[in-house]
Design a binder for this molecule. Structure first.
Ligand SMILES: [Mg+2]
Length: 250
């Protein structure tokens, strides 16, 4: 009888889905492109030399990509990113830029990104349907303020039993510890969960490290898995295809 019970438990289907946020549930990259376009328009209206505008934005994006943020240094992420724009203006124009212009660039970029970032009606209704059957969990990497502002802007918190922001924890994805925190807080076992995300090195690697039942890679650009990378169990072009995977796992 114990064996029968054990078997039944092990065969029990997936009961929980862990999602990544950026570029998995919401098009953060698309929102970023629109935000940069807004800054270009701002710089144009401020009579910044046309040939400099693209370079300024490229410099900012490079700094954003390589950003390291340590909240213990006493600066906010707003300070750090305003400074990225200040440096981008300085490096491109060669003169000491106006601090107010750097600040305008930053808040135009930030506010536009938050305004256009949305959960599409299709994704929202998918999550609403899944919520009836599965425990939905969200683990998003990034600094506390930035990620909570996005979560607020997208109004998605109510769709999840638990929302975990990497910056609130000692380690982010793919570390096992943030997943363990998630499992314990949500009262689920790794083998009951699948991990869904667009990033192989954080979401998929993290899911594997944590011992989830299966990993699902959102591969919207239809890229092939690079050599040396982890291999996801399932690959789908969009989170809207998740039901196909869930059917297979049933
Ligand atoms: Mg992502």
């Amino acid at each position: 009888m114990w064996m029968w019970m054990w078997n039944t438990m092990e065969r029990r289907g997936v009961s929980s889905i862990i999602f990544d946020l950026d570029n998995t549930l919401v098009d953060t990259a698309g929102a970023g492109r629109i935000a940069i376009q807004k800054v270009r328009e701002l710089l144009k209206s401020m009579h910044v030399q046309e040939s400099h505008i693209k370079d300024i934005c490229d410099h900012f994006l490079r700094k954003l990509l390589h950003e390291s943020f340590d909240p213990s240094e006493g600066k906010t992420i707003d300070d750090v990113r305003t400074h990225h724009w200040y440096e981008a203006l300085h490096e491109t124009q060669g003169t000491d830029p106006d601090l107010a212009l750097a600040s305008s660039c930053y808040y135009t970029w930030k506010n536009t990104r938050l305004q256009v970032l949305t959960l599409s009606p299709e994704v929202r209704s998918l999550l609403e349907e899944l919520q009836k059957i599965y425990k939905l969990l969200l683990i998003t990497n990034g600094d506390t303020q930035t990620q909570w502002e996005k979560i607020e802007a997208v109004r998605c918190k109510g769709l999840f039993s638990l929302v975990v922001v990497g910056g609130d924890h000692p380690e982010q994805k793919p570390a096992r510890s943030i997943f363990t925190h998630c499992f314990e807080s949500a009262g689920v076992r790794p083998q009951d969960c699948i991990m869904v995300g667009d990033c192989l090195s954080t979401d998929i690697q993290g899911g594997i490290n944590a011992g989830v039942r299966a990993t699902v890679w959102i591969n919207s650009a239809c890229k092939s898995v690079p050599q040396g990378s982890v291999t996801p169990d399932y690959t789908v072009p969009s989170v809207l295809n998740l039901n196909d995977v869930l059917l297979e796992l049933r």
